[in-house]
Ligand binder design. Structure first.
Ligand code: SF4
Ligand code: SF4
Length: 104
């Protein structure tokens, strides 16, 4: 969903490629297509790894982290500017704060 954007570079989403087993669950549950599986070049049973393709499309919903069996992907739901924007949409007016991270 490339037309759904948040502020640049503020998502708390992190990926540890070494911990990723390439199961693909994060790619299946992400509502915005942020994650994708790519060949890692090593072949064998671990031929694929997740990769963050669109960090600014991440709404910090937490679905990827909640479904990752190895905790390779992490995100802190409900903080940051994405949360601020969502609160603003829901409330129809500017939210009081973004949740406290030092991004803006
Ligand atoms: S937190 Fe949600 S939007 Fe962000 S990558 Fe994970 S599943 Fe996708
Ligand atoms: S859910 Fe976790 S282990 Fe599975 S592909 Fe995504 S990051 Fe890798």
């Amino acid at each position: 969903m490339q037309d759904f954007r948040y502020l640049r570079g503020v998502s708390t989403l992190k990926l540890d490629p070494d911990a990723c087993i390439g199961c693909g669950l994060c790619t299946m549950v992400c509502p915005h297509g942020v994650m994708a599986l790519e060949n890692n070049g090593n072949g064998g049973g671990k031929a694929k790894k997740a990769r963050i393709m669109d960090l600014d499309g991440c709404m910090e919903c937490g679905a990827c982290a909640n479904n990752c069996p190895t905790e390779a992907v992490r995100v802190t739901p409900g903080v940051g500017c994405a949360s601020y924007i969502i609160q603003t949409w829901i409330k129809g007016k500017e939210a009081a704060s973004c949740g406290g991270i030092k991004c803006c």
